[in-house]
Design a protein around this ligand. Structure first.
Ligand SMILES: Nc1nc2c(ncn2[C@@H]2O[C@H](COP(=O)(O)OP(=O)(O)OP(=O)(O)O)[C@@H](O)[C@H]2O)c(=O)[nH]1
Length: 148
């Protein structure tokens, strides 16, 4: 149908401090907020309207809090999501373990959700490659073994 309007729910998941809010800010407002880190409390919502062919697509993006304190709340926000951006920080190996946790959970509970794995803070590796804590091949092997 031409001129169709489509609403799509997208959820951001990942350990605290990996850069979920910063990614959303960049995507929606094309800016990077400098200044002291402010953790997300619960979740934040932002909408972005885009045109795909003759369709108007409204992305409703739920930016969840990464702190494990809010884990139960994050489950509320990924329900019914069509896509999940699961983020990990390339300079923090524990954040990759946390990403695997979310992928496993989404796979078992949200079959209709398309999952995207996103490694963040690559600029820090450009400055100093020794800061990398998540090996590229480990990610590739994981992605292959979990059918990404
Ligand atoms: N160098 C660098 N720093 C980043 C990048 N993305 C985010 N940061 C910084 O990392 C910190 C955490 O970023 P946030 O976007 O708040 O992280 P978050 O995942 O939303 O954190 P929670 O709300 O606690 O879940 C902030 O100090 C950001 O400025 C990046 O791509 N490169």
């Amino acid at each position: 149908m031409s001129g169709q309007r489509v609403d799509v729910k997208v959820v951001m998941l990942g350990k605290e401090y990996v850069g979920k809010t910063s990614l959303v800010e960049r995507y929606v407002h094309d800016r990077f907020l400098v200044g002291p880190y402010q953790n997300t409390i619960g979740a934040a919502f932002v909408a972005k309207v885009m045109c795909v062919g003759d369709r108007t697509v409204t992305l409703g993006i739920w930016d969840t809090a990464g702190s494990e304190r809010y884990e139960a709340m994050s489950r509320i926000y990924y329900r019914g999501a069509k896509a999940a951006i699961v983020c990990y920080d390339l300079t923090d190996s524990s954040s990759f373990e946390r990403a695997k946790f979310w992928v496993k959970e989404l796979r078992s509970l949200e079959e209709g959700c398309q999952i995207y794995l996103c490694g963040t803070k690559s600029d820090l590796l450009e400055e100093d490659r020794r800061r990398r804590r998540v090996d590229f091949h480990d990610v590739q092997d994981y992605a292959d073994s979990t059918c990404f």
